[in-house]
Structures are given as C-alpha cells and as structure tokens.
Design a protein around this ligand. Structure first.
Ligand SMILES: [Zn+2]
Length: 234
C-alpha cells in the first residue's frame, strides 16, 4: 500500500478541483507562484501523517486520523499549497496572501481557523461535517460542464423534440426510449423505438447499432447520441 503523497488535482471532487484551478489562476495573476502538494489522501496516508510527531519523529502536522476518515483530504474535499520556491515553501506572508484569495473565491482556508492553524490547507465542504460524511451524506455530484451537449439540448428544444431542457441536465436513462421514438417520428416519419434506431443507423447517426438494439446504452452513449442528432439537424 502506498503512503506516498498525492498531488494530482484530478483526484479531488470536481467542484473542489475547479476551485483549486481558480485559486492557481488568481494567484498567478497576483504574481504568486503556487504549488499544490497534497490533494486526496488514502486512509493509510492520513494515518502515516497522523503518526508524525506521535509515534514517528517530526512535528505534529495533523490532528485528523485516517483510519476514522476524519480529514477532508480523505473525502477529496481538501488540498494543500506551498510557495513554489525552494527553502521558502511555507512563507507565512505568501500563504496569508494566498489564503485571502482562496477565501474570496469561496474556499475555506486553514490559516483562518481559530484554533489549530493550517496555512497551506484549503477545503470546500459543501456545508458537510466529517460526521455527516461518515454517516453517508455525499457532496453533490457536480456534472462536468459539457458545452457541446448543452448546445445540442438547446437545439433539440428549438426543434420541438425536447420539451423541458431541465429534464436533460442529468440524463435519466428511463427517458431515452421516449426520446428516440420522438426522434423517429419527427425526423424520419417512423413510429416506435426499433424503427427509429434503424433509421438512425441508416443516417449514420448511430455507429454502434448493437448497444441501441439491445437497449444497453449508457449515459455517455446517450450524451454522444444527442450531440450527433443535433449536428444532423444542422
Ligand atoms: Zn490539508
């Protein structure tokens, strides 16, 4: 098992990743050279850090145990930053400036805490406590912004194929059958799902007929199909 540090922002919750990127951009604008050094921590990694200053030499760096999932890093909602300058990584003036920027874009900054201060630390908790998270409450799943898909939905609304765009913000696979049937009627003058699929294969909108014939389509398949239909409409 690895107890290596993970600095990959892709390991963060999408919303937190977005904020981390925003923080880096804002900091850059203000001439701050920031490096993200820690994002997601496994239980093992957190326990390893907890042991520092307790059963391992060094100064105490955290009060959160990994085995009980009590750090927001364990939940992909926190990351740590330093100044990207050898020998001056934890410069307090630098981290305070960065902390202010973080707070201004909606992040919680560890340097602003009243008790134990953690200046490199930023988190975004969605208002969920560690206790909430442990009891199974989940941060909202933020969909990755998909511009092509959003445009396609707008297009299908204009064509009268989709009535409510809001219903397609998130794909509900139960609605796909009706959508395809409607497309059959509107674009190809055929009735029913199977005929609609056949026509879409003919029109080269569908390139993998089997998944549609067997109704084994996924959310992503549906997303791709909607974009293709939109470009077919022109
Ligand atoms: Zn941290």
């Amino acid at each position: 098992m690895s107890i290596e540090r993970c600095d990959d922002i892709d390991q963060l919750h999408p919303k937190v990743k977005e904020l981390a990127e925003k923080l880096l951009n804002e900091a850059k604008k203000q001439g701050l050279n920031v490096k993200i050094i820690d994002t997601y921590r496994s239980k093992e990694r957190q326990d390893y850090l907890y042991a520092q200053g307790r059963t391992r030499p060094g100064a105490i760096v955290t009060n959160a145990k990994g085995s009980d999932m009590s750090s927001y890093h364990n939940w992909r909602l926190a990351f740590d930053c330093i100044q990207n300058k050898k020998g001056d990584e934890y410069n307090s003036v630098f981290l305070a400036k960065l902390g202010k920027i973080g707070q201004s874009i909606g992040l919680e900054w560890g340097g602003g805490w009243s008790g134990f201060k953690d200046a490199p630390h930023f988190q975004y908790t969605f208002g969920l406590s560690i206790k909430d998270l442990k009891s199974g409450k989940k941060p909202p799943q933020v969909p990755v912004k998909d511009v092509a898909y959003e445009k396609a939905i707008q297009n299908l609304v204009l064509e009268g194929i989709i009535g409510s765009p809001a219903a397609w913000n998130k794909i509900n696979l139960n609605n796909v059958l009706a959508l395809i049937s409607k497309i059959g009627v509107r674009l190809f003058d055929v009735n029913g799902y199977d005929l609609a699929v056949a026509k879409m294969v003919e029109a080269k909108i569908i390139s993998s007929p089997a998944i549609w014939k067997d109704k084994k389509y996924t959310e992503q398949n549906t997303r791709d199909l909607i974009v293709k239909i939109s470009s077919y409409l022109g």
